[in-house]
Design a protein around this ligand. Structure first.
Ligand SMILES: C[S@@+](CC[C@H](N)C(=O)[O-])C[C@H]1O[C@@H](n2cnc3c(N)ncnc32)[C@H](O)[C@@H]1O
Length: 223
């Protein structure tokens, strides 16, 4: 056996610890490291937001909601596509909420953006107040997809649309993230979940990531 083979560690412990730390901040960005991770997400995730917003065919006065907004990369795009509408953002992270309040002072002051701390499974918005919901890179954390889908259905107005965007790495790469708590579902499974939650037949769109493909599954609440 060659020297390199004998001495290659079988379990790359330091990498696992690093991955687990990053995963923790992807799921719940907190403090300094949470802000650093969010900054990286902002640039990397814009194409997913663009694909998702394209599927929603937004009208100028639509009320939109970003569920799990993170560093808020979608807010400016959403506001630009709905110049007469209001953008809502819900996230469970206090760090992300504070950051959004600091970064989007003008949109908030103009009452074009409302950010709230809350949970996917208990959205702090009254029934039928939203025309379109986008949620990007959050489905990995939906251990049980039923409550978030039911809540999305509840806050949507009749005919309102939901777009769920996420990356789907190759199987080998996926395993690493699955070990640290991410859940991956194939696009047709996500479409089936939406239909089971009483959304209309779902549409699957695919984006070309530089390294990892991404998808957006969209469907409407019956009118
Ligand atoms: C991977 S980040 C994605 C952020 C943003 N959507 C993007 O793509 O850049 C996931 C976000 O979902 C939020 N989140 C996780 N679990 C949540 C929950 N149960 N309710 C609300 N937000 C949650 C996290 O705080 C984090 O900001």
């Amino acid at each position: 056996m060659a020297y390199a083979d004998r001495h290659t560690p079988q379990t790359p412990v330091p990498v696992l610890i690093y991955d687990a730390l990053i995963a923790r901040h992807l799921r719940h960005p907190r403090g300094f490291l949470g802000r650093r991770v969010a900054r990286q997400m902002n640039a990397a995730n814009l194409p997913l937001y663009e694909l998702a917003l394209d599927q929603l065919a937004l009208g100028p006065t639509d009320r939109t909601l970003d569920l799990g907004f993170g560093g808020g990369p979608g807010f400016t795009l959403m506001a630009a596509r709905t110049p007469g509408g209001v953008v809502y953002g819900i996230d469970s992270s206090a760090t992300m909420l504070k950051q959004a309040e600091r970064r989007h002072v003008n949109l908030i002051a103009a009452q074009r953006l409302i950010v709230l701390r809350g949970d996917f499974a208990d959205i702090p918005i009254a029934d039928a107040q939203i025309d379109a919901i986008v949620t990007v890179n959050t489905i990995y954390f939906w251990a049980d997809p039923t409550p978030p889908l039911a809540e999305a259905m509840r806050v949507l107005a009749p005919g309102g649309r939901l777009a769920i965007a996420f990356r789907l790495p190759a199987v080998e790469q996926r395993k690493k993230f699955e070990r640290i708590g991410f859940l991956y579902r194939a696009p047709d499974i996500v479409a089936d979940l939406m239909v089971a939650a009483r959304f209309s037949a779902a549409t699957i769109a695919q984006g070309k990531g530089r390294t990892v493909p991404f998808f957006c599954i969209s469907a409407a609440k019956p009118a």
